[in-house]
Design a protein around this ligand. Structure first.
Ligand SMILES: CC(C)(COP(=O)(O)OP(=O)(O)OC[C@H]1O[C@@H](n2cnc3c(N)ncnc32)[C@H](O)[C@@H]1OP(=O)(O)O)[C@@H](O)C(=O)NCCC(=O)NCCS
Length: 126
């Protein structure tokens, strides 16, 4: 597939499928990977409802954070999340992400405005 071949050639993105045994249950990855600034934007979603809240997101996040710091040699991992997404915010905090900014009324969904948090995790000092 041409679009997939082209996607794989793009150097500033990394995309992974999250699987339970062989069943795809979600995806995650990095976009805007900056070699110069040593940072990237992380995204994750467990797509299958039945697989949420069972520890899959946490395991996947730990794996991709390790990949970001140790394989991509990042200094800082950024992500964005709707402030009301309490489960996701709790997970990110538990992994060490700190809130760097709050964008008021950034997301408009189903007739309502939501605040958006930018969060970051820094490489551990050696
Ligand atoms: C956010 C998401 C990736 C978390 O993955 P998950 O597999 O559901 O989460 P886990 O089961 O690994 O939970 C890990 C921790 O997250 C927190 N958490 C997850 N879902 C939660 C919920 N609904 N309510 C409260 N805490 C929650 C808990 O702190 C949990 O730790 P615990 O085991 O000590 O309770 C997943 O639910 C998801 O994809 N949701 C929809 C899309 C989305 O919101 N993506 C994030 C956009 S930034």
């Amino acid at each position: 597939m041409a679009w997939f071949d082209n996607y794989q050639k793009v150097k500033n993105k990394k995309f992974f499928t999250i699987c339970d045994d062989n069943k795809p249950i979600g995806f995650m990855g990095f976009s805007n990977i900056s070699k110069a600034n040593k940072n990237a934007d992380l995204f994750i979603a467990i797509g299958e409802d039945d697989y949420r809240g069972k520890g899959n997101g946490k395991i996947a996040m730990e794996w991709i954070i390790d990949y970001g710091f140790n394989k991509l040699k990042l200094h800082k991992i950024n992500l964005g999340v709707i402030k009301d997404n309490a489960g996701a915010v709790k997970l990110y905090r538990s992994l060490g992400f700190v809130t760097e900014g709050k964008m008021k009324d950034e997301i408009f969904h189903n007739g309502k405005y939501y605040d958006f948090l930018t969060m970051a995790l820094f490489e551990k000092k050696k």
